[in-house]
Design a protein. Structure first.
Length: 174
């Protein structure tokens, strides 16, 4: 063993006694990764995400569009048909939208899909409940669009519905 002082390849100001088990370059403890066969640099460890968590931008856009359509249609169904019992059935709404997103993404999972599911559920529930009122005001050329937005912001039952549905929907793509 040599007595020369080694410096980290990434951080030249740090001295080290450690080397990558494959390429033998010196690295500090912050730059090495523990693998089943010993310490490796990040390049030699070849760290990458699992394929189940890799979703392309085009696929994510498609998943979000399909989820949004399903969420709006589901919101109209829940608030128009189910009515008073929609709060009790909000987990089913969230699970349904989460499953649509998961199915459209070829059973993939991950934070991007969780964000897409939450976005679709929130927008779908709001448009499902107040979308018809917004459309009628837009068609009439009314300047009272702020009243509908204010009503949606004060609707505690809608907020509870959305929170419960988002938690259920995210659990499907977690």
């Amino acid at each position: 063993m040599s007595s020369e002082e080694l410096h980290c390849t990434i951080h030249p100001d740090r001295t080290t006694l450690l080397r990558c088990g494959k390429c033998e370059r010196p690295f500090c403890i912050d730059c090495l990764v523990q693998t089943p066969v010993g310490l490796r640099c990040r390049e030699c460890a070849n760290i990458r995400r699992l394929p189940i968590y890799e979703v392309s931008v085009a696929r994510l856009a498609w998943v979000t569009l399909v989820g949004l359509v399903a969420a709006v249609l589901g919101g109209i169904l829940f608030f128009g048909v189910v009515g008073a019992f929609s709060l009790w059935l909000s987990p089913l709404y969230g699970l349904g939208i989460g499953e649509v997103i998961r199915w459209t993404a070829n059973r993939k999972r991950g934070p991007n899909l969780q964000l897409a599911a939450g976005f679709c559920i929130v927008v779908g529930a709001i448009l499902g409940k107040y979308g018809l009122a917004l459309l009628s005001l837009l068609a009439a050329g009314s300047d009272r669009l702020g009243l509908v937005a204010e009503a949606a912001g004060r609707d505690i039952w809608l907020m509870l519905f959305v929170v419960i549905a988002v938690v259920a929907g995210i659990s499907r793509v977690r």
